[in-house]
Design a protein around this ligand. Structure first.
Ligand SMILES: Nc1nc2c(ncn2[C@@H]2O[C@H](COP(=O)(O)OP(=O)(O)OP(=O)(O)O)[C@@H](O)[C@H]2O)c(=O)[nH]1
Ligand SMILES: [Ca+2]
Length: 506
């Protein structure tokens, strides 16, 4: 029935055309104008929405850590400062030498040490963006310790660093010391930003950062009020969601300072020699007492009448090493409902955790990043590593720096003790930890979160999304144009303009 009707319409159209040919001047003009209008409409729609070639903005953050300084360059599309998941690490540069706090006696060298990486940054960032690229330096536990020890010296280091950074063509935004709370909270922001958890309002991941001089733990507890210890609470409103974050930074519990604490604990038994279960059998080094105790973390523990040097000798005994490491924690006093260690409040652990910096370096070397492996197996493997003779270890890893190599047994024991005895991870919850270095190409650490915060790149409220994506917009305009075109043809067929009527022959 409908087919018959359709066939009928076609015949009508044909008949009408025969009676009233379409190629009259007026019909041709209207058709041409109609087609041009439709083509113009579609072209404008496509061109209007065509993505312009990407232009980027840049930001630079220097992480002045206790053991070394690293420079990170971030970039994001110029027209979308406010959108999440778009800022990514473009480049990084490891500053040669030690951290800036080690230049307390020669502050100008702290500034000088940054020059090479800064010159590298000048090449990495397009010249026309230099002047608008913000440049920040944040210093962490090394400078906190120096400030405690000698605030004049730490001020001088900052002045030298500032002088050096201002020589470069970027928009210098200042060099300052981060509080432990900021360091923990920005590490948490980085991890969750890179994982796209904040914008999507997903359950967040906790952050575990192990540095040389301090260590941070940050997570959103489940139904737990942090208010019993306000100094551990940080609140954020990000993309329309409220986060009540627990964070704590343990100064002196970075792995280099804990090694000092462990050695200091062992020197009590006999200041001339330390038979250390955390170092490999056959390891033997003469070390300087003044270097060991040259830190506010241990300076009050220096034994009376200690000789200039001590003999540091490895024993390679993981069980005994764990006992030594446990001694650096104080589990006795807690004035809160619950504590991690040293009387510090900690709510029950919750959710997944990302563990980065030295957590990753150490566990990656030991081949222990797979947390689905039971904790008992992890400990067995570590015990085997610790018991391996030092000369064998050196032979097996000629490419690795000897200082790092000698400390993996100790560092592994410290990491496991910190996680299980310190933070109370159990055999089950241990598997919720992921040892990570990078997320989607960007290093895990506080620097990205710090820059996002200072540049206001994470809005408190969810940004308005465009009503239609580009493709949807173009498709709709095209469909409407085709519809208009079809209606126009039907109109031409059925309702021929009167001016196109042929003159009647009488
Ligand atoms: N094995 C190994 N250790 C590393 C490497 N890079 C740094 N470390 C050590 O890992 C520890 C932590 O390093 P970072 O995370 O850079 O510490 P930091 O930022 O200098 O110190 P904080 O100011 O306490 O955060 C230090 O003891 C470093 O010496 C590496 O590539 N391999
Ligand atoms: Ca650090």
């Amino acid at each position: 029935m409908s087919a018959q009707r359709a066939a009928g319409s076609l015949t009508d159209c044909r008949e009408m055309k025969e009676k009233n040919p379409w190629h009259t001047p007026v019909t041709i003009s209207i058709t041409v104008i109609g087609v041009i209008a439709i083509v113009a409409l579609v072209t404008v729609a496509v061109l209007q929405n065509k993505p312009v070639p990407q232009k980027y903005k840049y930001g630079i953050v220097l992480d002045a850590g206790s053991s070394h300084t690293a420079l990170y360059i971030y970039k994001w599309p110029a027209e979308k400062d406010n959108n999440t998941g778009r800022v990514e690490q473009e480049h990084s540069c490891k500053v040669k030498g030690k951290g800036i706090s080690s230049y307390a006696e020669t502050p100008w060298q702290a500034g000088e040490s940054l020059t090479e990486c800064m010159e590298d940054a000048v090449k990495q960032v397009p010249t026309k963006r230099h002047f608008e690229t913000p440049l920040y330096l944040g210093a962490t536990a090394g400078m906190r310790l120096l400030h405690m020890e000698n605030s004049v010296a730490s001020d001088k280091v900052f002045q030298a660093v500032e002088k050096s950074l201002q020589k470069f063509p970027f928009s210098y935004q200042g060099a300052r010391m981060l509080s432990g709370q900021e360091e923990g909270a920005f590490g948490w922001v980085t991890v969750n930003y890179l994982d796209d958890r904040l914008k999507q309002g997903l359950e967040t991941t906790g952050a575990l950062d192990l540095g040389g001089a301090s260590t941070q733990i940050s997570f959103v507890p489940k139904n737990y009020i942090i208010s019993e210890s306000p100094s551990n609470s940080v609140t954020f409103r990000l993309y329309g969601n409220d986060y009540n974050l627990y964070t704590h930074s343990f100064l002196c519990y970075g792995k280099d300072q804990v090694l000092r604490l462990a050695l200091a604990h062992q020197t009590k038994s006999g200041p001339g020699e330390i038979a250390d279960p955390c170092f490999h059998p056959g390891y033997s080094e003469s070390k300087n007492y003044s270097v060991l105790y040259d830190s506010p973390c241990v300076s009050d523990r220096k034994p009376q009448g200690a000789p200039v040097t001590f003999h540091h000798k490895g024993e390679g005994n993981f069980q005994q090493c764990q006992e030594v490491v446990k001694n650096v924690f104080n589990f006795t006093s807690c004035k809160y409902s619950r504590c991690s260690f040293n009387g510090v409040f900690q709510p029950p652990l919750h959710g997944q955790f990302g563990a980065f910096s030295a957590y990753y370096y150490v566990m990656d070397f030991l081949n222990l990043t797979d947390t689905s492996v039971p904790l008992t197996t992890v400990k067995d493997k570590l015990a085997k590593h610790c018991a391996t003779p030092w000369n064998q270890i050196i032979q097996q890893h000629p490419e690795i720096h000897v200082k790092y190599l000698a400390e993996y047994c100790f560092s592994g024991a410290y990491i496991l003790t910190l996680l299980t005895e310190g933070y109370n991870f159990t055999s089950e919850s241990y598997s919720s930890i992921k040892f990570i270095k990078k997320i989607k190409g960007s290093d895990a650490g506080w620097t990205l979160g710090y820059m996002l915060n200072l540049t206001n790149m994470i809005p408190a409220e969810a940004p308005d999304s465009p009503p239609l994506p580009h493709a949807g917009y173009v498709s709709i305009v095209t469909v409407i144009a085709l519809l208009i075109f079809t209606l126009f043809i039907i109109f031409l067929c059925r309702f021929r303009p009167s001016s196109s009527k042929q003159p009647q022959i009488v």
